[in-house]
Design a protein around this ligand. Sequence first.
Ligand SMILES: [Zn+2]
Ligand SMILES: [Zn+2]
Length: 176
Amino acid sequence: MRLSSGVPATLPENVRERLEAHYRRRGFRRTPQRETIVAAAFSSEEHFTADELWERARSIDPRTSRATVYRTISFLLDADLIREIDLSQGQAVYDPNFVEKPNHNHLVCVDCGRMIEFEDSHLEVFHECLTRRLGFLPSRQNLRIEACCETLRTTGRCAHLIEARIKGKRLPGRRR
Ligand SMILES: [Zn+2]
Ligand SMILES: [Zn+2]
C-alpha cells in the first residue's frame, strides 16, 4: 500500500469538485473523520475492501471507526466517486479510478489474483456500435476479462501468487 508519506494534502481537482457538490446536494456535514476516510480512499489507485480502507484510514487517524468507514463508502458510491467492482472474490471491492478513467476495464488473473486496468479506444468504439445496433444509447461501459496466469503456466511459479498467499488474500478462483 502506498501511504508511506501520509495523505496528499489535496484531493484530485475533479474528485474535490464532485465531492463538494455532493455534500451540498445531500446536506451532509463534513466531519474530520469523513474527510480522513475520503483522503485515504483516494491516496492510492489501488482497489480496496472496506476493511482495507479502514486500515488505511486508521494509519492516518487511529480513532477512525469502522461504522464511519461503511457510511463513507455508501456516500462515495452515491456520489459516483467510487464504484463497486466484481472481482469474483466473494467480497465487495471498491475502485477509486473511475473519476479519472470512466471507461477503464479490468483483467483479472484467476490463478494469482493479479488485476490489471486498461483502456482501449477501439473497445469503446466497438461497445458504442454494439449498443446502438441493439437499439440503446450507451451510458457507461467496462469490461472484465478473466484470464489464466501465463507466468504460472510456463514456469510453475508466480511471484504475485506467492505474495497473495503470504498476505492471505482471497483469490478469484476458476469457475470451471
Ligand atoms: Zn479499476
Ligand atoms: Zn500469476
